[in-house]
Design a binder for this molecule. Structure first.
Ligand SMILES: [Fe+2]
Length: 209
């Protein structure tokens, strides 16, 4: 089961009140990008893609966290019976479906880490997993930008790792996968890519509490 777009919107709004930050605007842009792409791909549902985008980072409702936001979102949405949205909470951070190839600090317990590791080993990514991985990498809080810009922002925030380029290449491969289905360039269907790419925003830092 997946939530309606209205249910997803309400959950995101509530989550933004619990933990305000640019992550909610980012989530809206991820949803919009996913919707635009899905509407142009045979067999994909735009509303479903939008709802999945709105909820992919919903684990941030519990506060500022790193890798833990995935498992927190997964648990929260599983309890609501929204299995596919829960799944995306876990998969969207892993363009390479390997738990050891993630950049964020691992703030999960050992048991949670093991669960995610086994979960990723036990599935094959479907089109919605791929779509949300891609959209997470091209949406900022301000709008849509070149993948290359997000990759550099992420590297500046988290550093570079031996698997960084493998992650980038996996994301570019997903972009090409959807462009083939849409028969057009991704950047032609998303508004203001050029403007957002050239915007200079200081790197976001969690508030000091
Ligand atoms: Fe995200």
């Amino acid at each position: 089961m997946i939530p309606t777009t209205e249910e997803a919107r309400q959950e995101l709004e509530l989550a933004g009140q619990l933990n305000p930050g640019p992550w909610t605007a980012h989530s809206v842009h991820v949803g919009r990008a996913a919707q635009e792409i899905a509407q142009r791909c045979p067999g994909l549902d735009g509303d479903k893609a939008y709802a999945l985008g709105l909820l992919h980072d919903i684990g941030r409702r519990y506060g500022v966290s790193a890798r833990r936001h995935g498992i927190d979102g997964y648990r929260f949405l599983m309890e609501k019976g929204w299995g596919q949205a829960a799944r995306v909470c876990l998969t969207h951070s892993f363009p390479v479906a390997d738990f050891t190839k993630e950049m964020g600090k691992n703030d999960m317990t050992g048991q949670q880490s093991e669960f995610v590791q086994r979960y990723l080993q036990g599935i094959v990514y479907d089109d919605y997993d791929k779509l949300l991985i891609l959209c997470d990498s091209l949406a900022t809080a301000q709008g849509f930008c070149l993948l290359e810009k997000r990759f550099v922002d992420t590297a500046r925030r988290y550093g570079v790792f031996p698997f960084t380029v493998e992650r980038w290449n996996a994301t570019f491969a997903i972009k090409e996968y959807f462009e083939k289905q849409m028969r057009c360039c991704l950047y032609d269907i998303l508004p203001n890519v050029k403007e957002t790419t050239f915007l200079h925003e200081p790197l976001w830092q969690p508030p000091v509490r």
